[in-house]
Design a protein around this ligand. Structure first.
Ligand SMILES: *Cc1c(COP(=O)(O)O)cnc(C)c1O
Length: 354
């Protein structure tokens, strides 16, 4: 891919407070931009990070034709920066684009764009273990029109944000609540693709949960309001007896790359795994029988996020005495070990950005 490079006049890195920045508040010096016009992707550019000149009539602002991704680059001990499973993120991006009637660019263009940002802003990939450069590729409908149809023009961008450890004061299990009033996704909708609409649909519920002292909502299925789907914007796992269980990908759940990695590792370790529906009642039953060992979420930002408590209606359940369990800890250590190049990359998940 031919990329026109316009360098930032000076780096902002030295002035940026990287250690204490909240997730996604500080951005690196450069951004990637490419346009879809006349039926093709063109004009790939690396530019100084900054505001976009945008007409208020661009279709994305009105009808939400937008897709995004979130992946990370990690500093390796030889000093190089490496991406975790970029191919898998591309495949999901392309799938999401097709669902939103957006023409996806090719694999080489997507991964090439991500790598171009990481190479140009290599100094922004943090040195510290637990820290990384979060990459946010996204595409939006940029044609100026208010008619309701798929746009004929799109803008694809990649921005980068150095992020600290999700767990600044050590891993603290979160409290979650089900929501009696809202649903996240229904089959045939957008629940299994990465598009802002899913987030927009979840924000009020998350805010109400927070007002009641919970970190997030544990989403149940839209029809029976019974089966676990996601923990906030993370996939969900339970350990019941000696089995690691996660809900199946049947159209309402985002196919997480971390979810896939957790299943691959657990299978390789000889742990019994299952992708099947889990009723909220099954969790309470398992708790009563003493079989509920762990519940945790998985996602790129936190990797593994243990759940310490779940409220459903007027009942509450505590998981593993409110502490992180051995399975969650083992998975967290294994995935981050591979990401920072401390453990053997037996699955071939890491890809050098240089
Ligand atoms: C991105 C996302 C996840 C996690 O996916 P990863 O690929 O593991 O980062 C889970 N649920 C939702 C709704 C998401 O948007």
């Amino acid at each position: 891919m031919n990329i026109t490079v316009i360098k930032a006049p000076a780096s902002r890195r030295a002035q940026s407070n990287l250690e204490n920045a909240a997730f996604g508040e500080v951005f690196s010096d450069h951004m990637f931009q490419m346009e879809y016009r006349n039926g093709g992707w063109e004009a790939a550019k690396l530019l100084p990070f900054g505001p976009l000149p945008l007409l208020p009539s661009v279709s994305a602002l009105h009808y939400g034709q937008i897709v995004f991704e979130g992946l990370k680059a990690f500093r390796q001990h030889d000093g190089a920066a490496a991406l975790f499973r970029p191919e898998k993120f591309y495949e999901r991006f392309a799938r999401s684009c097709r669902r939103l009637a957006i023409p996806p660019m090719g694999r080489e263009q997507f991964i090439g764009a991500v790598k171009a940002v990481v190479r140009e802003d290599a100094g922004w990939v943090p040195q510290k273990r637990g820290h990384s450069l979060y990459l946010r590729p996204f595409v939006f409908a940029s044609e100026s029109f208010l008619g309701v149809r798929a746009s004929r023009e799109y803008t694809f961008m990649v921005i980068a944000s150095p992020v600290g450890s999700y767990y600044k004061e050590g891993v603290k299990p979160v409290r979650l609540t089900t929501s009696a009033n809202y649903i996240r996704a229904a089959k045939g909708g957008l629940g299994d693709v990465k598009t802002p609409a899913n987030y927009a649909a979840s924000l009020l519920a998350a805010e109400e949960a927070r007002e009641q002292g919970f970190a997030q909502v544990i989403w149940l299925d839209a029809i029976e309001h019974r089966y676990l789907e996601e923990a906030g914007a993370m996939n969900i796992f339970c350990v019941i007896g000696d089995e690691l269980i996660t809900p199946p990908l049947e159209g309402t759940i985002l196919p997480g790359v971390t979810r896939d990695s957790v299943l691959a590792l657990a299978k390789a370790w000889g742990i019994k795994t299952a992708e099947r529906r889990i009723g909220i009642d099954e969790l309470f039953d398992a708790r009563d029988k003493g079989a509920l060992r762990e519940v945790f979420g998985s996602g790129t930002a936190a990797v593994i996020s243990p759940v310490g408590e779940i409220r459903h209606g007027d009942t509450t359940l505590t998981v593993n005495g409110g502490a992180i369990g051995p399975m969650a800890q083992r998975l967290y250590d294994a995935i981050t070990g591979i990401q920072y190049g401390k453990a053997a990359d037996t699955f071939g998940w890491m890809e050098k950005a240089g």
